[in-house]
Write a new protein. Structure first.
Length: 56
């Protein structure tokens, strides 16, 4: 499903998705993001956004 199939997107719109809380807690073994981990999001024909996890 594409977001654009049910809403109009405009330049500057930000599409945010997430994971419900405690998902990593329920995995076996437990999995959590740690400082130094990298998150990459890619949109074809647009580019890649890369963020490194830092300690608070």
């Amino acid at each position: 499903m594409f977001i654009s199939s049910f809403t109009t997107l405009y330049p500057g719109d930000v599409i945010v998705t997430g994971t419900p809380g405690k998902v990593g807690l329920r995995r076996n073994p437990q999995v959590f993001m740690r400082p130094g981990d990298t998150v990459k999001v890619e949109v074809s024909q647009i580019g890649v956004l890369t963020n490194k996890i830092k300690a608070e």
